[in-house]
Ligand binder design. Structure first.
Ligand code: ADP
Length: 396
């Protein structure tokens, strides 16, 4: 009896584990996707298994997801119950940091793992969790090919001028650079544009990945030229709980005048700021749109203002604009945010069609708009599954 070749994808965040199962006998086709949130606190599982099967959504006992290792065991048990015969021949991992040199996915050898551990100080909140996820997967699937896909890799094409900070040169050599993140999402969108709008793909495109984490990327010919995130995933746009761009002088003030420790400032910038901090209400855009309070509206105003500012800046870096693409939970679903971002943007060639925007069409600009505005749902898991399949195929 032959079984279908299957790839497992894992995306381990600081308190979550997203997972996917893909049939890779041909182009990867999703069999299941799911996630476990609030690992170590009040864990919750959600998973769906395609048409004809009921999704799962339930609270977990603390022991079922006390840490990433037990969360992975729980996720695997759920997948095994749904697909008892599936056996992963490859596991693809989302890894936040690939440093200056990894510009594509890598098979995880001991040498690559060593390099990724060395990069941990550059992403102290995320990289250790990614590596813990890899260790747990190697233990669970000792015979499977383990592949790492990096959030930074897509941006390795950007020019040096967008790779440096104006610091003494020794820090660049030590790795203090503008890496850029959300690369798996941008990679997916670039591939989709090539498929559905090849002429646009060849041109100057700005992609706005607006989710809980948010960033924008300017591309020419489908390759990254500039992005709003830099050394860490804190820079650029305000996010659910992250500040986005902020004058570094605020850090000195917090430490020297407010008496905060560096860890407290980090916690403030990563977890208490952004939409949550400004609104005093929620990090969730749906909640803010529904709230209608002065504070919630101000948080939305700031989010939109920064997107529009970056749009102008990235268009200047690209030398013009042929298309703006929205993706991520907010970009794909919020008509209001898309409308407000595009309002009065005729000077840059954008003219939104309100009806198309209201319908969440793929193209939401008018036929007369000089630059196209599009909504393209992103799929980071599929990018990981493709990389895993490619490596398996080339290894025969
Ligand atoms: P993550 O970065 O965690 O993957 P997502 O891409 O899932 O996040 O995006 C989550 C964000 O998308 C939340 O702020 C959520 O409120 C927002 N969102 C989802 N659906 C809608 C909607 N219909 N309208 C407005 N915002 C939405």
């Amino acid at each position: 009896m032959t079984t279908t070749p299957v790839a497992l994808t894992l995306n381990a965040g600081s308190s979550s584990l997203k997972f996917g199962l893909f049939d890779i006998s041909g182009a990867p086709a999703v069999m299941a996707v799911g996630q476990i949130d609030s690992i170590g606190k009040a864990p919750r599982l959600k998973a769906s298994f395609g048409p004809g099967r009921s999704p799962v959504s339930r609270d977990l006992t603390p022991a079922e997801a006390a840490d990433h290792k037990s969360a992975l065991a729980t996720a695997l048990a759920v997948l095994r119950e749904a697909f008892p015969r599936a056996k992963a021949s490859a596991v693809g991992h989302r890894v936040v940091h690939g440093g200056p040199s990894y510009d594509r996915p890598m098979v995880l050898t001991p040498e690559v793992m060593e390099e990724l551990r060395r990069l941990s100080p550059f992403a102290p909140i995320h990289q250790p969790h990614n590596l813990a996820g890899i260790d747990a997967a190697v233990e669970a699937f000792p015979e499977a090919l383990q592949v790492a896909c990096f959030d930074t890799a897509f941006h390795r094409t950007h020019p040096k001028v967008n790779d440096v900070f104006a610091l003494p040169r020794e820090y660049y050599d030590k790795g203090v650079r503008r890496y850029g993140f959300h690369g798996l999402s941008y990679d997916y969108i670039s591939g989709e544009l090539k498929r559905i709008a090849p002429l646009i793909h060849e041109g100057r495109v700005i992609v706005a990945h607006l989710g809980n984490g948010a960033s924008m990327c300017g591309m020419i010919g489908g390759r990254s030229v500039a992005s709003t995130m830099g050394f860490t995933a804190l820079d650029g746009l305000p996010m659910g709980t992250r500040t986005g761009q902020i004058d570094p002088g605020v850090i000195f003030y917090m430490v020297q005048q407010e008496g905060m420790s560096i860890d407290e400032v980090r916690q403030l910038f990563y977890s208490k700021s952004g939409l949550l901090g400004l609104s005093g209400l929620s990090n969730d855009m749906r909640a803010l749109e529904a709230a209608g309070t002065v504070e919630a509206n101000e948080a939305i105003d700031y989010f939109v203002f920064r997107i529009r500012r970056e749009l102008g800046g990235l268009a200047a870096a690209l030398g013009g604009l042929d298309a703006l693409v929205f993706c991520g939970g907010i970009g794909e679903n919020s008509r209001l945010i898309r409308e407000r971002v595009c309002e009065g943007m005729g000077w840059i060639g954008l003219e939104l069609d309100r009806e198309r925007n209201g319908r969440n069409d793929t193209v939401i600009s008018t036929d007369m708009s000089r630059a196209r505005v599009m909504v393209v749902p992103t799929n980071e898991e599929l990018v990981i599954a493709r990389a895993a399949k490619d490596f398996l195929d080339t290894r025969g």
